[in-house]
Ligand binder design. Sequence first.
Ligand SMILES: Nc1ncnc2c1ncn2[C@@H]1O[C@H](COP(=O)(O)OP(=O)(O)OP(=O)(O)O)[C@@H](O)[C@H]1O
Ligand SMILES: [Mg+2]
Length: 294
Amino acid sequence: MTLPLPHLYSGKVRDIYAVGDDPLLMVTSDRLSAFDVVMAEPILHKGRVLTAISAFWFEQLGDVVGSHLVSTDVNDLDPTVVAAEEDLAGRIMLCRKAEMLTIECIVRGYLSGSAWKEYQASGTMHGQALPAGLQESDQLPEPVFTPSTKSDLHDENISFEKACDLVGADVAAKARDISLELYRRGAALARERGIIIADTKFELGLVDGELVLCDEVMTPDSSRFWPMDEWKPGATPPSFDKQPVRDYLDGLDWDKNPPPPPLPPEVVTTTSSRYIEAYERITGRSFSAWPGVS
Ligand SMILES: Nc1ncnc2c1ncn2[C@@H]1O[C@H](COP(=O)(O)OP(=O)(O)OP(=O)(O)O)[C@@H](O)[C@H]1O
Ligand SMILES: [Mg+2]
């Protein structure tokens, strides 16, 4: 995608442009990465789902912390920008440009992924002791703030003390308290609707000296979403959203290095439906009402 604006950055999923002096334009694509490789096929509406879920959380959780979001309305863009790309509606966020913290604010409510690996090896999580005898995917006694460094190559799990060294003790403590409260509120709401948010990554930044919530919030891409009825301690629950892709790829003889194998159309369609279902379950809203959908 090329828009008639200064292009600042493209990540695996988002393309970021500058609009005037401050607002950033984040355009969320339909790209899907699995095993850290971006698939060749776009997942229809995935970018809209991620935008819609994040917008929902910014709205629901605005009393916990302010956000970078200015608008998700394409009518707030210059008409020349909208004319340059027909598929923008519903997948854009105009945001305040923040000075991003150099840590990722991860909160874990369940023992999975790299935390499970560490626990198996040493009985700890980010260096802190946990009760003995926990199983994979067990719910933790309480949610824990487990920051990591934010790096292009490989994020590294760090202790809270290390986070204090990186961003300052005051900011680190605020980021921890905000992240824990966001997770508690979000996970409780999702749980009522049949989805476990096992863990999630928040990105906080400073705007005019204040901490604000940036990037995407409690989406399937920034979190582990598990279907509640398929969660069983002692095993890895299926991913609510990406499991059709993972299952398909696991059945192939692929070494998980690019280029990715082509995905069959039914895997793409099923994955798209799962993303949409996650949005509808969590928000209780109909996805067909979101801009650009129909
Ligand atoms: N308000 C903001 N101000 C400045 N930077 C932001 C803001 N909100 C999000 N970002 C940054 O924009 C980028 C979003 O792009 P994207 O999610 O595609 O890539 P990424 O997270 O860097 O990498 P990955 O491909 O692993 O997702 C992130 O680097 C994020 O930290
Ligand atoms: Mg990202």
